[in-house]
Design a protein. Structure first.
Length: 345
């Protein structure tokens, strides 16, 4: 039995010359590919080098030693050294390691210092991190959504008052009020340390109000008396010619059992010239000394003179008050003289 199978072979290109390659070969520098259609050749010499061409290449590094091309790496005392050798490369470093220990750490302010074994210390600045104080000062949410409405503490050191949480501080203003219990003067010192004073008792002459033991004003009415004497004849210089009603003159006077002060005097004459003057002395007859003097003057034939002393004169207890004509200018006669005394009971 014969079967024609030619109809079963169909590669769909209807080209008997377009079939699989049947051979490939290198001849010299040409490569040859063979298929049903024949052999195709391509010269490769212009693209690739041949063994002969490679062998003919001239390599010259000036030492003509083909073994002096490879080098070796070694390590001595942690240093890497490259030496000329034909040996293989050995990159191991013997005797060197990085086994170092941290030896300590310290914090100064915001600087952290790390110390390392056989090495230099390193310093890290931690100022960008929050401190405990800064954390403590952080605002705590108190559910009112108002960062400016927080609790603060008021404190005082000396004269400085401080409000916490950045509230600032102010200096306290100090004032004072004091009184001198001897003079009664009140002194006020204001915030600028400037003083202002006020008198409780006037310093005017003949003021009946005085300063009490507590510095306050004290009013005690004066007891007052007057001691006077007369001379019916003409006055003469430096004479104890004044009598106390009985005509007796000389070193006589009125004794005082208590202390007084003289605060005023007066003088009167019936016969005198218009320009006449008399200087009189209030004396202590016990010692025949002048306590103080004054000069009287006035109209003709009616000399009337009074004087409030600018400063009262203290008259101690036991003094015997008398009078002396110190000087007389003119012709004065028929006169009377008086001294006014006061004291507080």
């Amino acid at each position: 039995i014969t079967t024609d199978l030619s109809s079963l072979v169909d590669d769909a290109d209807a080209d008997a010359n377009n079939e699989l390659n049947t051979g490939i070969a290198l001849t010299g520098t040409s490569i040859e590919v063979t298929d049903a259609g024949g052999t195709i050749s391509q010269d490769l010499d212009g693209t690739f080098a041949t063994d002969a061409e490679l062998a003919a290449l001239s390599v010259n590094d000036a030492d003509a030693d083909p073994l002096n091309e490879i080098q070796n790496i070694t390590s001595v005392d942690a240093s890497v050294v490259i030496t000329s050798s034909g040996n293989d490369f050995d990159l191991s470093v013997s005797g060197v390691n990085d086994n170092q220990n941290l030896t300590g750490a310290s914090l100064s302010g915001t600087d952290l210092t790390i110390n390392i074994e056989n090495g230099s210390a390193a310093v890290a600045d931690l100022s960008s991190l929050a401190t405990d104080a800064e954390l403590a000062a952080l605002s705590v949410d108190d559910a009112d959504a108002d960062p400016n409405n927080e609790l603060q503490t008021l404190s005082k050191a000396g004269t400085t008052i401080t409000l916490s949480n950045g509230g600032g501080s102010v200096s306290e203003t100090n004032t004072s009020l004091a009184q001198n219990t001897t003079t009664g003067v009140i002194t006020y010192t204001n915030e600028a340390a400037a003083n202002q004073t006020a008198n409780v008792v006037s310093t005017d002459a003949n003021n009946s109000i005085s300063v009490g033991s507590d510095g306050g004003a004290y009013y005690g009415a004066y007891e007052k008396i007057v001691i006077w004497a007369e001379e019916n004849g003409s006055l003469a210089n430096n004479q104890l010619e004044w009598s106390f009603g009985n005509g007796a003159t000389g070193q006589i006077g009125i004794p005082l059992p208590e202390a007084w002060e003289a605060y005023a005097v007066s003088f009167n004459a019936d016969a005198n010239g218009g320009s006449d003057t008399v200087t009189m002395a209030v004396t202590d007859s016990n010692t025949n000394t002048n306590l103080f003097t004054f000069t009287a003057s006035g109209n003709a034939n009616n000399m009337v003179y009074t004087q409030i002393l600018a400063s009262p004169v203290a008259i101690p207890a036991g003094t015997s008050i008398g009078f002396r004509t110190v000087t007389e200018s003119g012709n004065v006669s028929d006169a009377r003289v008086a001294v006014f005394l006061r004291r507080r009971p």
